[in-house]
Design a protein around this ligand. Structure first.
Ligand code: PEP
Length: 264
């Protein structure tokens, strides 16, 4: 038990997976597990982030789950509102479709799709203005960790966006996900000690930026699986998990959620 008063979040990032039929099956299996052995909402928030075209169908399929399972968009446009922006989905359009959460700054978006600081700032600003809750992803590369600048890189990523977030928004609409890039999809997880150390640094940084710093959930992401979830959950400043690969298996995702609900 960590003694933290923050209710943990376990969020599945499905990335560019799965096909419709498999998504349907995944949701059904997860709902069945929750119906058999509930994880009380007061012990753990649950969410999944499907591809954009599946947001509404997954939300509908989850509506009769034994407990709330929130639906998260994986990204949002840097452009607000509506207009002639082919291929884009704005924060207002997400909100209009009853999607209340969005991932911003995932390392895959930063690295593959060139989301720079200006893009990430614009996305966060739009999302918060539209009333979405943002799961803001930060994390260092292996090279940066080996150079001993991991803390500096991660804290800078938080400072980068602090100018576009009000005190009220920090308190009500922000979640941080620390995801060391070298641990994403690699099977390598940061040790609970290293992850806790970084989370404590993030917590310290947040408390310098906002009075809400002690209440903001800081999730860990990077090859979280049922085998390592309990150890990570036991760390005082790890308030949940952002789960990629293991969230595509209902039983694994359920076991991770269970570990966070039981160890917080
Ligand atoms: C992610 O991409 O957010 C992630 C944490 O992936 P994985 O769990 O597969 O490392």
């Amino acid at each position: 038990m960590s003694g933290s008063t923050i209710i943990p979040w376990v969020v599945g990032n499905w990335k560019m997976n799965p096909m419709q039929a498999n998504a349907k099956q995944l949701v059904q299996e997860f709902k069945q597990l929750l119906a058999q052995h509930d994880i009380p909402a007061a012990q753990c928030h649950l969410a999944v982030a499907p591809v954009t075209i599946a947001l509404t169908t997954v939300q509908t399929a989850l509506a009769d789950a034994a407990r709330p399972v929130h639906v998260v968009a994986q990204d949002v446009s840097r452009i607000a509102g509506t207009g002639a922006y082919t291929g884009e989905v704005s924060a207002e359009l997400l909100k209009d479709s009853a999607i209340d959460y969005v991932l911003i700054g995932h390392s895959e978006r930063r690295e593959i799709f060139a989301d720079d600081v200006a893009a990430v700032q614009a996305k966060i600003k739009n999302a918060l203005t539209a009333g979405l809750t943002v799961i803001y992803c930060v994390g260092e590369s292996l090279e940066q960790r080996e150079q001993g600048i991991a803390d500096q890189v991660v804290l800078q990523q938080i400072c980068d966006v602090a100018t576009v977030i009000s005190a009220e928004q920090w308190q009500q609409q922000m979640i941080i996900a620390y995801e060391p890039i070298w641990a994403i999809g690699t099977g390598k997880t940061a040790s609970p000690q290293d992850a806790q150390a970084m989370h404590a640094k993030i917590r310290e940084g947040l408390t310098q930026i906002t009075p809400a710093g002690q209440q903001i959930a800081i999730l860990y992401g990077g090859s979280v699986k049922p085998e390592n979830a309990a150890e990570l959950a036991a760390c005082p400043d790890i308030n949940g998990a952002l789960v990629g690969g293991a969230s595509l298996n209902a039983e694994s995702f359920y076991q991770i959620a269970r570990a966070f609900a039981d160890n917080k």
